[in-house]
Write a protein that binds this ligand. Structure first.
Ligand code: SAM
Length: 224
């Protein structure tokens, strides 16, 4: 375990409650099914191939667990963790036999060099800008040399204050938008190197999408 603690977002409880409220609709709308997004699936398949055999994989912000199960189907030793207990209830029911638990990305403190891969698939965009660098630093330290992090998120400038989501369900959260260069700078500061970038300018959610894949360098390079 790494000893340093990450500051918890001031709105963490409100965000958790919001995802608990939307979880049933998220499942009914089948939004977690990677097989319905061909470009995203291609990126995920590339990630799965890159990390296979490197060690356990953590799906951070796994929601109802569809991606976790998909990655397991690609031969990975994967577990899922999510802020929302209701999302984890769905994940456990929908994907029996897989490992899921409730926690925030900001609380994980995974052991150093313990993971072959980390997927953060549309699950970091609610983190305030000053907290994301610390979370990425914890991810970088948790990866084995050669391990990969894949991030899927909303691309753009500024932020969107959401008051409803997934069919007019009341929520209270901020969606922080990121430009690729901004995120690459944070990943580089965390000690991760660039592997791949995918920009989807037409998104099903109405906001352009961004996928970044970063890699912990092999032995000899220090992770900050
Ligand atoms: C848009 S959903 C994506 C779920 C899943 N990754 C998928 O692709 O279907 C966002 C998920 O991130 C989770 N989340 C939000 N903030 C989080 C945090 N700080 N730590 C862990 N999970 C978080 C939410 O509870 C929710 O399940």
């Amino acid at each position: 375990m790494h000893s340093s603690h990450i500051a918890q977002p001031a709105d963490l409880d409100v965000v958790r409650d919001s995802y608990d409220r939307v979880a049933d609709a998220y499942v009914e709308l089948n939004l977690g099914d990677i097989t319905t997004y061909p470009w995203l699936r291609t990126a995920i398949d590339g990630f799965a191939g890159a990390v296979k055999g490197l060690g356990p994989v953590l799906d951070v912000g796994c929601g109802p667990g569809d991606l976790t199960a998909y990655l397991a189907g690609r031969g990975l030793d994967v577990s899922g963790v999510d802020l929302s207990p209701r999302m984890i209830e769905h994940a456990t029911r929908r994907h029996p036999g897989h490992r899921f638990s409730v926690a925030s990305a900001t609380e994980l403190q995974p052991a150093d060099s313990s993971l072959g891969g980390i997927a953060a698939w549309w699950s970091l965009f609610n983190l305030p800008r000053h907290i994301l660098p610390e979370v990425l630093g914890s991810f970088a330290r948790a990866l084995v040399p050669g391990g990969h992090l894949i991030i899927g998120t909303h691309m753009g400038d500024g932020e969107i204050h959401r008051t409803e989501a997934y069919g007019a369900i009341p929520v209270t959260w901020t969606t922080y938008l990121w430009q690729p260069a901004e995120l690459w700078a944070l990943l580089a500061a965390a000690g991760l190197g660039e592997v791949a970038e995918l920009r989807l300018h037409e998104s099903v959610a109405g906001i352009p999408s961004l996928v970044l894949v970063a890699r912990r360098p092999d032995h000899g390079t220090r992770v900050s």
